[in-house]
Design a protein around this ligand. Sequence first.
Ligand SMILES: C[S@@+](CC[C@H](N)C(=O)[O-])C[C@H]1O[C@@H](n2cnc3c(N)ncnc32)[C@H](O)[C@@H]1O
Length: 269
Amino acid sequence: MDSRSPGHVDQLNADAPWDYFDPRTYIEHNYRSMVAEDEEIIAVVRSHFSDHFRRNPAERIQGIDVGAGANLYPALAMLPWCEEITLLDRSAANVSYLEAQVDRYDPNWDQFWDALCRSGPYAALGSDPRTRFRRAVRIEKGNLFDLVRREGKWSMGTMFFVAESMTTSRKEFRSAVECFMRALAPGAPFAAAFMEHSMGYAVGQNQFPACDVSESQVRDSIVGFAGNVETCRMGQPNVLREGYTGMILACGLRDPDTVESRPFGRHHL
Ligand SMILES: C[S@@+](CC[C@H](N)C(=O)[O-])C[C@H]1O[C@@H](n2cnc3c(N)ncnc32)[C@H](O)[C@@H]1O
């Protein structure tokens, strides 16, 4: 039964087997070789961050990648400006993977770094991004819903394939987006990626839930926290797996003037 069927019971975030998420299988499937969609996403994100910081110079700021899992390229996309980058994830298996990447990340991430280096601020870091990555990154095992206690802490942020790929519940999806947005300081640039109309996914033997969202629903979930958000969709259906129609990217700046007035937290789930 999918999430659109009558009588459907949501699979909530807390019910999924996150500690059994297999990062090696996930990488083999998604990030061993860079697909065209990731190349397109990287092109938009690197311009968004580079343009923002050209107009508003900053360095040595704090960034966060929420639900980092087994993907380093969102963190790499923040590297030129960050003194510290928090990689937050609730899965013990993914946290172990990330911890093992800090000292010297695997060669498959070089192709993503090379794509970022088509923009000046990345190329300016030179030929040794691993040293910079090792100094900046700090891994944190935690639940994004607990970001409620750290409102406005981070000056830039990313969240890739998390809010819609962790639950079938539309309310939890919206709450996850809210938690991400509220963790950002006023004016912070952000990038967030989503699977479009996903029906859930398997990683190895385990099945994980997804919330079926469209580009307009993604936009609607963000606009109360970033009035200037720009979204785009890319890709073809079912390239990486069965059961989705494309990818959605949202980029913008956390906007203090359009903050929704309802209180922060899980109580409105
Ligand atoms: C589909 S994976 C995406 C991983 C990675 N960001 C990427 O771009 O491929 C979803 C990730 O969200 C993490 N996650 C799920 N629920 C979470 C929660 N409540 N708090 C933090 N991370 C969570 C999972 O452990 C997993 O790493």
